[in-house]
Ligand binder design. Sequence first.
Ligand code: UAG
Ligand code: ATP
Ligand code: API
Ligand code: MG
Length: 491
Amino acid sequence: MRLARLLEQAHLAASGNTDAQVTGFAIDHRKVAPGTVFGAFQGARVDGEDFIAEAVAAGAIAVVTRPEAQVSGAVHIADSLPRRAFARLAAQFFAPFPRHIVAVTGTNGKTSTVEMTRQIWRMAGERAASIGTLGVTTPDESVSTGLTTPDIVTFLANLSGLAREGVTHIAYEASSHGLSQYRNEGVRPQAVAFTNLSRDHLDYHAGMDDYFAAKMRLFDEVAADGGTAVVWCGNEAGDWSARAVEHANNRGLTVMTVGERGETIRLVDREATQLGQQLTIEYAGETRKLSLPLIGAYQAANALTAVGLALASGTEASRVWDAVSRLQPVRGRLERAVITQSGAPIYVDYAHTPDAIEAAIAALRPHVDDRLITVVGAGGDRDHGKRGPMGRVAAEGSDIVIVTDDNPRGEDPATIRAAVMAGAGDGAREIGDRRAAIAAAIAEAGPGDIVLIAGKGHELGQIIGSGESMTVLPFDDVEIARECAAEGVTL
Ligand SMILES: CC(=O)N[C@H]1[C@@H](OP(=O)(O)OP(=O)(O)OC[C@H]2O[C@@H](n3ccc(=O)[nH]c3=O)[C@H](O)[C@@H]2O)O[C@H](CO)[C@@H](O)[C@@H]1O[C@H](C)C(=O)N[C@@H](C)C(=O)N[C@H](CCC(=O)O)C(=O)O
Ligand SMILES: Nc1ncnc2c1ncn2[C@@H]1O[C@H](COP(=O)(O)OP(=O)(O)OP(=O)(O)O)[C@@H](O)[C@H]1O
Ligand SMILES: N[C@H](CCC[C@H](N)C(=O)O)C(=O)O
Ligand SMILES: [Mg+2]
């Protein structure tokens, strides 16, 4: 496709000869080939503008970058928001995309909600896929991208490939990093959802308002004109939900509120059953009972938000409601890894924020007869301020807390543990080695007890070191829990 045509379709201007054929797009100069359009962006680690000359030498025919940047030997597509301009141009190249696209933002519940939306669509007979922390999940396979919201080129290329495979419905996760870096621009979701907001990523965002503003770009700018916004409004939902509704109204989106305080899909009652829960719902003037085969208020919230998205995408309501009772557990979200020889169930959950730990504990509590034993740790090179609160909520909700390591990355693991321990208090035990911590929890658990292993969920490795010296040691909480339970470890 000719550059001039792409520019015209994206409503962008550039000086110079725009006759050349475009062969691809890249944001990393090492991926530039002859005919590539290169996006040169100032990053958190390095300045992409420093690689412009190398990109041109490698065959870049155009560079999307700030007006102030120096480009010679290629067309300079100058824009004060180069990431956005690049995305818009790339979208013209990679189109067409699947017809039905929905997106989810919020601190917790994005992966679960996109995965449940994908499942609902599939059960309703649609060709559906999801993109998020678990990777790109299609009817046939799941491939990791390494990030929750992949970079813009990976994102658009995947959407395009999926469309070619016949996928018509996509649900993707919009992380705050992804939104502030314009990683999923260029396609306009017909429905967007907001799950909740609580402390996370304050190493990257200046404060909670800034973090929320990054998330609200999904409502303010990314969503399709005239689209729908699904907002979780549960009993626990604070001001952030109300503010998300305000953003949706200001943008002219159709608002669907969901939850105990929701108006579109009202959760009237929730009763735990042995293997899941029964939900009583009011929707479109009718009351219906749903049996959800998953435990915990948080999973009900995500399932109903997914219902909202599926309805907003035009899937037939009766098929959507039918699918709820057949939802499968999401990998690493309250996943029961094993039941120990003494009869204690061991759950693995991806809770890595204070709010998520609270939600996971609240989900398990009704099922605990005797003691809840929680294994918890916080990631390195991530928000330091969440560590103490993570320890505190774990200690408040559990009978025994074991503080351990979770992806120390470039930091000293003992320092991270000390911050979690400071919140967890004197009663908590500290066992740095994660396998030993899991073994200790399992050895401790007797009949009537439940063990919660928080933080890693579906992850398959322990990340140690950073940059050149980064290594990922194979580590799967579910597998380790099974091994420890099989060994019948004693201390
Ligand atoms: C802080 C952050 O979000 N960083 C991501 C971001 O980096 P950046 O734009 O700041 O890039 P940079 O590394 O400073 O480089 C600047 C530019 O120069 C280019 N470059 C760089 C080196 C080179 O040799 N040549 C070159 O052209 C880069 O491609 C980039 O365009 O864009 C990069 C390319 O897409 C990502 O790999 C990188 O993710 C890092 C590895 C990361 O750890 N990200 C995490 C924090 C993240 O994004 N997490 C979110 C949220 C998860 C959640 O919600 O919990 C996610 O969506 O996964
Ligand atoms: N609706 C919710 N409310 C509160 N906590 C939740 C909710 N949904 C999930 N959680 C908690 O957050 C953890 C992560 O859930 P999930 O992976 O769905 O979130 P996410 O938003 O995709 O996270 P990430 O930002 O890391 O991609 C779960 O294991 C659970 O402990
Ligand atoms: N997407 C999250 C994952 C956190 C998972 C936890 N295991 C950790 O390493 O902190 C993040 O990058 O903050
Ligand atoms: Mg996720």
